[in-house]
Design a protein around this ligand. Structure first.
Ligand code: ZN
Length: 64
């Protein structure tokens, strides 16, 4: 029983990390000159190269 629970937990974590990563990753098409990074104040791992909303909580991304 414990094994199944821990396995499920790991799977959920993996899925959450995977979807969060694929959403947070901006299209790699550098060359605009500007190197501004926008990140969520609540989720520092969420970064975008353009302004927008956090896919996890919907907050406006802050420039840094
Ligand atoms: Zn967020």
């Amino acid at each position: 029983m414990f094994k199944i629970t821990s396995l499920l937990c790991a799977l959920v974590l993996l899925l959450a990390g995977w979807t969060g990563c694929s959403k947070a990753n901006p299209p790699a098409s550098g060359g605009s000159g500007e190197s501004a990074t926008y990140s969520c104040p609540m989720h520092p791992d969420v970064t975008r190269s353009s302004p927008g909303q956090c896919p996890k909580c919907g907050m406006d991304l802050e420039r840094r």
